[in-house]
Write a protein that binds this ligand. Structure first.
Ligand SMILES: Nc1ncnc2c1ncn2[C@@H]1O[C@H](COP(=O)(O)OP(=O)(O)OP(=O)(O)O)[C@@H](O)[C@H]1O
Length: 217
């Protein structure tokens, strides 16, 4: 479970970005984080992913209080997460297989086991035939699917996506959301930041709505 209790966040020198935000997300839920540009969506995701710490309040991931964790424990916590960003952050001088391989190699998983997992991840996003293709030769939607394969290859229990469909045509965006729902179906917790009302309206999923750093729904 992910639980925020009266969480506030201020960056060094900034004004208050999040104010007294409280909510919880159950394992296996799919939740949207909505709000206008600058409302604090990315900041909220960074607090969940433990790449930022709250200024005050408590962030619990599982049973772990992120503020109380030693720095050395953070890499272990972060293994729970798969991260997807609007701009993919793919490596354009590596092919699709190599892009997805990267998180495994960093964790010391190589050879046959790595190959098996990489192909399984590419298969889940419909890119199994594109192992040797360079990312630049893929469409925008395919590049985003490749970024999702890379995010899930380490089998995270929580998938966090920051505006993953922001740059995509509607058809591609629906495809991407379909992939997220498929991960939710197999028990992954999925958290998606978006300002696309259409995407939210069609989903029936729960929405955490931010307005100037305050949770309104
Ligand atoms: N590292 C930082 N240092 C200082 N201020 C920051 C930092 N990161 C974000 N901010 C500020 O926090 C506010 C909220 O930013 P955030 O990226 O969380 O909003 P957002 O809702 O995700 O916006 P967008 O939809 O435009 O990505 C903005 O005013 C931003 O300038």
């Amino acid at each position: 479970m992910i639980k925020f209790d009266q969480v506030s966040k201020r960056y060094p020198g900034s004004e208050q970005i999040l104010r007294n935000v409280s909510f919880s997300i159950e394992p296996g839920e799919l939740v949207f984080v909505a709000g206008a540009s600058g409302a604090g969506k990315s900041t909220l995701l960074k607090l969940i992913a433990a790449t930022e710490r709250p200024t005050s309040g408590t962030v619990l991931i599982g049973n772990q209080n992120v503020s109380k964790l030693r720095a050395a424990a953070l890499p272990f916590l972060r293994r729970k997460f798969g991260l997807v960003f609007q701009d993919h952050k793919l490596l354009y001088d590596r092919n699709c297989f190599e892009n997805v391989a990267l998180p495994l190699y960093i964790n010391g998983i190589t050879g046959h086991e790595a190959g098996k997992r990489i192909r399984a991840a590419l298969d889940k996003v419909g890119l199994l035939g594109k192992e040797k293709a360079m990312p630049i030769t893929l469409s925008g939607g395919e590049q985003q699917r490749l970024a999702i394969a890379r995010a899930v290859v380490s089998r995270p229990s929580i998938l966090i996506a920051d505006e993953p469909t922001g740059n995509l045509d509607e058809g591609y965006a629906e495809e991407i959301m379909g992939i997220f729902y498929a991960f939710q179906q197999v028990g992954v917790t999925v958290i998606v930041a978006t300002h696309d009302q259409h995407e939210i309206a069609n989903s029936g999923a729960r929405v955490l709505r931010l307005e100037q750093g305050t949770l309104t729904a």
